[in-house]
Design a protein around this ligand. Structure first.
Ligand code: GLU
Length: 508
């Protein structure tokens, strides 16, 4: 029987969650759900120097917003915990010691100063940044160069040390990546990575392999930036657990911005979000904008991420989460980097604003309008207004402009749109129009339009020339749906009041 699919997202809680990180979550999630598997979130927090308060909670908040809830995590529990590597510290050392016993790793006692000296001494024109590798290790202070007795003495005396992997010389290390196909590395070019640090904590390389094994991970989706670490991981798998139990890897293409890999600096420079949600780095108060607060719907956000580096093989671009699960396949993940296009991203959002049920959209929009000063007492009325204007909105804050005037009388008017054609009979028209509106018993847009047209015929003014001023009086500017719909939803008294308030301003 095949093992149950188990995938993991393994973030280091060091800052905000980049859209590339959410895409990694999404592909993990889609693959797990498609195959009836489990989606695990493991917090890789072994680098204490990079610990950022609040970053872990932020990751879970983002996943919740995206509706990509894990099956197992430090928050959701599960049978393979703890799911925070800092709480698993004691697990890793025995594996590293086993590697040493079998000759695949060694203790290294070099001080930071000695390592620095090595980098200076070994630097040549051909090798500008020498690394601790098979050519250097024999000149350094480690259990390969020291006698067994000296090594024991140093260990017994509590001398600061790390454990390093002993990379073999001239071995070709190959594996089949689910995205890139066959990938090979020359082991001589890879340095002897630290596996256990001086503080006893494992490094990422050690912990990722041990935890993927213990958590029975079957497939590992991760960013392409980790491809260069694969040879170390493969060797650790080979030495510790056997290659047969190694997960299958899929290294996901980079997300590209205007100049190479998309960075948060690009976002700040070009004015688009790069993180899932707003994030303020507590260390320096640096703020990075999020898709959520920019006004994206989570449905649109994950949809656009799915299409950044994957295609369904059809023309379809709008996918619900269920449809994505159904359509997802690894062989349609692209090999080359995916360019992020913010205009296209807002197009996805616009489509989703049209697509989600209007009641759901109303619930999302209501607090935004309230925050903008609208007093909303009738949810059914709001739903109708949202329905009326939603096609004009591509980001949620657009509703403030497109729906706000149903609640708030304009305080500014685009006079310059009206004045060129503001002839003397027009104020007369609007004064009479207000009187006629006041006589309408059953306030509906057909009645309003009829009163409007009859009066314009009577006064011999083209209705087209009157609609724009009416719109500007009711709304403040040249936007919004059909003007009689607007008048209907604003109500009789308020429509009349707005015309009367604006008239002197146009006359002036
Ligand atoms: N902790 C790594 C990161 O921050 C995880 C890489 C992996 O998935 O193996 O991205």
């Amino acid at each position: 029987m095949l093992n149950k699919v188990r995938v993991r997202f393994a973030p280091s809680p060091t800052g905000g969650l980049h859209l590339g990180g959410v895409r990694t979550v999404l592909y993990n999630y889609l693959f797990a759900k498609k195959h009836g598997g489990d989606f695990i979130v493991r917090i890789e927090d072994t680098d204490q120097s990079r610990f950022v308060p609040g970053a872990e909670q932020y990751i879970f908040d983002c996943l919740k917003w995206c509706n990509l809830e894990p099956d197992e995590s430090p928050v959701h529990g599960g049978n393979y915990g703890p799911y925070r590597q800092s709480e698993r510290k004691a697990i890793y050392l025995p594996y590293a010691e086993k590697l040493i016993e079998e000759g695949f790793a060694y203790y290294a006692f070099d001080t930071p100063e000695e390592l620095e000296q090595m980098r200076i001494d070994e630097k040549t024109a051909e090798n500008l940044s020498p690394q601790y590798d098979n050519s250097i290790r024999r000149k350094m202070k480690n259990s390969l160069t020291l006698s067994a007795e000296k090594t024991r003495q140093l260990l017994n005396a509590g001398t600061a040390h790390v454990i390093r992997i002993k990379m073999p010389e001239h071995e070709t290390i190959s594996f089949t990546d689910l995205v890139h196909g066959e990938v090979s590395f020359d082991s001589s070019l890879v340095d002897d990575k630290v596996l256990i640090k001086a503080d006893g904590m494992p490094t990422y390389h050690m912990a990722v392999v041990v935890d993927d094994y213990l958590m029975q991970i079957t497939h590992a989706f991760r960013g392409e930036e980790w491809l260069s670490s694969a040879p170390v991981h493969i060797l650790l798998w080979k030495y510790l657990f056997g290659l047969n139990s190694m997960p299958q890897w899929a290294h996901l293409p980079l997300i590209l911005g205007p100049n190479g890999k998309l960075s948060k600096r690009d976002g700040a420079k070009f004015g688009f979000p790069v993180y899932a949600m707003n994030w303020t780095d507590p260390r320096n108060n640096e703020f990075t904008e999020g898709f959520k607060e920019k006004g994206f719907l989570p449905e649109a956000f994950i949809n656009l991420l799915a299409m950044l580096g994957w295609n369904s093989g059809s023309e379809q671009e709008i996918f619900s989460l269920e449809e994505m699960i159904d359509a997802f396949s690894i062989d349609r993940i692209h090999k080359s980097g995916a360019r992020f296009d913010y205009e296209k991203a807002t197009w996805f959002n616009q489509e989703w604003i049209r697509k989600i049920p209007v009641a759901q959209l109303t619930t999302t929009v209501k607090p935004l309008l309230e925050a903008a000063g609208c007093t909303i007492t009738d949810d059914n009325r709001l739903t109708s207004i949202v329905q009326l204007v939603k096609d004009r909105c591509s980001l949620l804050p657009d509703f403030e402009k497109q729906a706000g005037y149903f609640y708030l009388s304009p305080v500014k008017w685009e006079r310059e749109a009206v004045l060129p054609k503001w002839t003397s009979e027009k104020p007369e028209f609007f004064e009479q129009f207000c009187k006629n509106l006041a006589t309408i018993g059953n306030w509906n847009f057909i009645e309003i339009e009829t009163v409007f047209k009859n009066l314009s015929t009577e006064m011999n003014i083209k209705p087209g020339e009157l609609q724009l001023p009416l719109r500007v009086m009711l709304v403040g500017g040249k936007y919004g749906p059909a003007v009689f719909d607007i008048a209907y939803w604003i109500g009789k008294e308020e429509t009349i009041a707005r015309i009367q308030k604006a008239l002197p301003i146009f006359k002036a």
